[in-house]
Design a protein around this ligand. Structure first.
Ligand SMILES: Nc1ncnc2c1ncn2[C@@H]1O[C@H](COP(=O)(O)OP(=O)(O)OP(=O)(O)O)[C@@H](O)[C@H]1O
Ligand SMILES: [Mg+2]
Length: 370
């Protein structure tokens, strides 16, 4: 049913709207048949990037390649891409079959060929039983599937999705996300999927491109982006609750230090930021008569939030700002308890003054003994 999947390559693509740089010199390579997710906060340039690929906007500089050709001079209709938008405007007076077939009919396909193709796509999407209904008689999820089908009938080399799930409720969102992943496995077509939801990005993308302020900060597998964030922006954007941070400054002996931590000496960095994910902290409640179980630091639990399967515990340190830990629900801890905290140092992160990743933090030379 599908043809050879196509690569999408952006070469130093830039787009400005008056004083706003929506896309700033972006290089991006989407492999043939890959499901790539573009993720970033509102206004970071995701839709603009997608529109540049689709040909709905023109870049000020750079090149867009689809398959083996530069498409800068190619109109949207000739680019072999189909775009699915957040607000999928189906034609309300047409049936599902007519909505699905419309794009083929306006391109001059005959009624028999159109019907055959519509049936094929409706079969793939589980829409066969709904073909004679009108959009008003469909659920939100079914309407979204028709919008998807409308993009599919043309059998494009590349699918572009611009937040297609954001109008759906939470349960339907999950279900439709799974459907898109399954569809991708079945069709093997190149797909670029835009979302501002980092959980959605990590769960759906084979690779994820994290954007902020018109720039792509990191491209990698969900595991890479989570485990080895390229800079402080990615570290803070990916993961929930966000990574804990502590500012470190080099002392007179050339050692980075902050809060209760002093790291081994000889750092070339004048200052740095330590990042620790909430799940990389292990807590033990310190009962007053018991000895300190040799923690990296001790803190007071300010707030304990039970989520059923786990707890989120807000701590009054180790530095000025509060940290959050994730702990198993079996840990008995209440607000006001003193807790001994150990850190999985091999999974920590160190960022330089410019925000770029340096590596994992070494084990500190001593912990605090408040
Ligand atoms: N047609 C336009 N005219 C002027 N500015 C625009 C235009 N389109 C986008 N922008 C600006 O460019 C920047 C990027 O917008 P874009 O729509 O690409 O962001 P986005 O990442 O898709 O955001 P969202 O998650 O809210 O959809 C924003 O600052 C936006 O205000
Ligand atoms: Mg957008």
């Amino acid at each position: 049913m599908t043809r050879e999947p196509r690569a999408v390559v952006l070469k130093r693509v830039r787009k400005r709207f008056r004083d706003v740089t929506a896309v700033a010199d972006v290089d991006l390579e989407v492999h043939p048949g890959e499901l790539m997710v573009l993720v970033g906060p509102s206004g970071c340039g995701k839709s603009t990037l997608l529109r540049l690929i689709a040909g709905l906007d023109e870049p000020d500089a750079g090149e867009v390649w689809i398959g083996d050709r530069c498409v800068d001079e190619v109109a949207p209709g000739g680019r072999d891409v189909a775009m699915v938008f957040q607000s999928y405007a189906l034609y309300p007076h047409m049936t599902v079959a007519e909505n699905l077939g419309f794009g083929l009919r306006v391109r001059g396909a005959g009624p028999a060929a159109t019907e055959a193709r519509v049936n094929e796509v409706a079969g793939v999407l589980g829409l066969r039983g709904l073909l004679s209904r009108r959009p008003g008689q469909l659920s939100g999820g079914q309407q979204q599937r028709v919008a998807l089908g409308r993009a599919m009938v043309r059998d494009p080399g590349v699918f572009l999705f611009d937040e297609p799930l954001s109008n759906l409720d939470a349960a339907l969102r999950l279900e439709t996300r799974d459907e898109i992943a399954a569809l991708h496995r079945r069709l093997g077509t190149t797909m670029i999927f835009v979302t501002h939801d980092q959980v959605e990005a990590l769960s759906l993308g084979q690779r994820v491109a994290v954007m902020d302020q018109g720039r792509v900060h990191q491209v990698g597998t969900p595991h890479e982006v989570y485990r080895r964030p390229a800079n402080l922006f990615v570290a803070g954007f990916v993961g929930s609750p966000p990574m804990n941070r502590l500012r470190l400054v080099r002392d007179r002996e050339g050692r980075l230090a902050g809060g209760p931590f002093v790291f081994p000496g000889g750092s070339p960095h004048r200052e740095a930021t330590l990042g620790v994910r909430p799940e990389d902290l292990t807590l033990a409640v310190v009962a007053p008569p018991d000895p300190d179980p040799n923690p990296e630091f001790t803190a007071t639990a300010l707030r304990v939030e039970s989520l059923g399967s786990e707890q989120r515990i807000r701590l009054d340190g180790p530095g000025e700002a509060a940290w959050v830990a994730r702990a198993p629900s079996a840990l008995h801890v209440t607000a006001g308890d003193r807790v001994a905290v150990s850190v999985a140092w091999e999974r920590t992160h160190l960022f330089g003054a410019d925000g770029g990743r340096i590596g994992a933090a070494p084990r500190p030379v001593r912990g605090s003994r408040p």
